[in-house]
Design a protein around this ligand. Structure first.
Ligand code: DOR
Ligand code: ZN
Length: 352
């Protein structure tokens, strides 16, 4: 690895983050805000963010936690339930409280039990979203326990997503955190209103990594990492520069005691090393010239927003054995994904 790499790109955005609330929000937000100009904030709090009032108040708590001197804009989302009111969705969008709505199939992942039990139940909401041009963000996994956990994304695409795209031909949809070659192919072949986000961890680990030398709870997330050939397909898609693949870290902090447990929760906290990890992947693929498209241009274009004006400089450091320690939160901690990345790439935000 050469130490001569030094690139400057438009400041990136993170189109999929979990910031949580309270002490965890205060502990994790500085990392996202240091790298990204904007972030699409997931609504799976306890209780979930289902109303305009809840989203506006959550946005204020996030804004209050932004460290002084950092420019960062949280873009809020609405958590869809069987009872979501189309009028509330439309009003929150026109008042610019939220930019999108999130579909969690009920039971698919962390705090999704208030999610949608049957896609037909939200058809009136989807009709409204289609009409007003509001994107639907999808956790693309079926929840049927009969379906093998490694097949749940593909079955979702075959049974639910295909139907949804057929019934709503103009609806903008983001298939979040894709993990399979089938998802890559499906998005590549679909029309321009379907896009996908890709996480750093799904570009770096495969399903064997989760069991390397023993169970590694900090590599467990949903959708779970798949076989190596899927990881390679994701790397090709991300580094291709194709406009409908863009950055979404799915950084999902959990306190260590809830992950290092008999039944550990799903989620990987990657915010402190996100851009370093993406840069490393693009560097390994010889595609650093396409990092800006993936990280900073494709997302805003899909959402109909301008790219950020400021810039981020990334410099490859000589290899160091230092790693980032876990993040302390109260008397617990949050483990950082790919902590060795924190010292291989140095990051600097440049004003316009
Ligand atoms: O691994 C995950 N963690 N996947 C999700 O979809 C949700 C997330 C979380 O909120 O922890
Ligand atoms: Zn997520």
């Amino acid at each position: 690895m050469s130490a001569a790499v030094d690139i400057t790109i438009r400041r990136p955005d993170d189109w999929h983050v979990h910031l949580r609330d309270g002490d965890i929000l205060k502990a994790v937000l500085p990392y996202t805000a240091a790298q990204f100009g904007r972030a699409v904030v997931m609504p799976n709090l306890k209780p979930p963010v289902t109303t305009i009032a809840q989203a506006a108040s959550y946005r204020s708590r996030i804004q209050a936690a932004i460290p002084a001197g950092l420019r960062f804009e949280p873009l809020m989302t609405c958590y869809l339930t069987d009872a979501t009111d189309p009028a509330e969705i439309a009003r929150g969008f026109s008042e610019q409280v939220w930019v999108a709505a999130k579909l969690y199939p009920a039971g698919a992942t962390t705090n999704s039990h208030f999610g949608v039990t049957d896609i037909s139940r939200i058809y009136p909401v989807l009709e409204t979203m289609q009409r007003i041009g509001m994107p639907l963000l999808v956790h693309g996994e079926v929840t049927d326990r009969e379906v093998d956990i490694f097949d749940r994304e593909q079955v979702f695409i075959d049974l639910i997503l295909s139907r949804l795209l057929r019934d709503f031909p103009e609806l903008k949809v983001v298939l979040e955190h894709i993990t399979t070659a089938q998802a890559v192919d499906f998005v590549s072949q679909a029309s321009g209103r379907l896009a996908a986000t890709i996480t750093p961890h799904h570009l770096m680990i495969n399903r064997s990594s989760i069991f390397e030398g023993g169970v590694r709870p900090h590599l467990y997330c949903l959708p779970v990492a798949k076989r190596e050939h899927h990881r390679l397909a994701l790397r090709l898609a991300a580094t291709s520069g194709a406009p409908r693949f863009f950055l979404g870290t799915d950084t999902a902090p959990h306190l260590a005691h809830t992950k290092e447990a008999a039944c550990g929760c799903a989620g990987i906290f990657n915010a402190p090393t996100a851009m370093q990890s993406y840069a490393q992947v693009f560097h390994e693929e010889g595609a650093l010239d396409r990092l800006e498209a993936f990280a900073s241009l494709n997302g805003p274009r899909f959402y109909g927003l301008p790219a950020n004006a400021d810039r981020l400089r990334l410099r490859l450091q000589p290899k160091s054995s230092e790693t980032l320690p876990d993040l302390a939160v109260g008397d617990d901690r949050i483990a950082v994904f790919a902590s060795e990345m924190a010292t291989s790439w140095q990051i600097e935000t440049l004003a316009v």
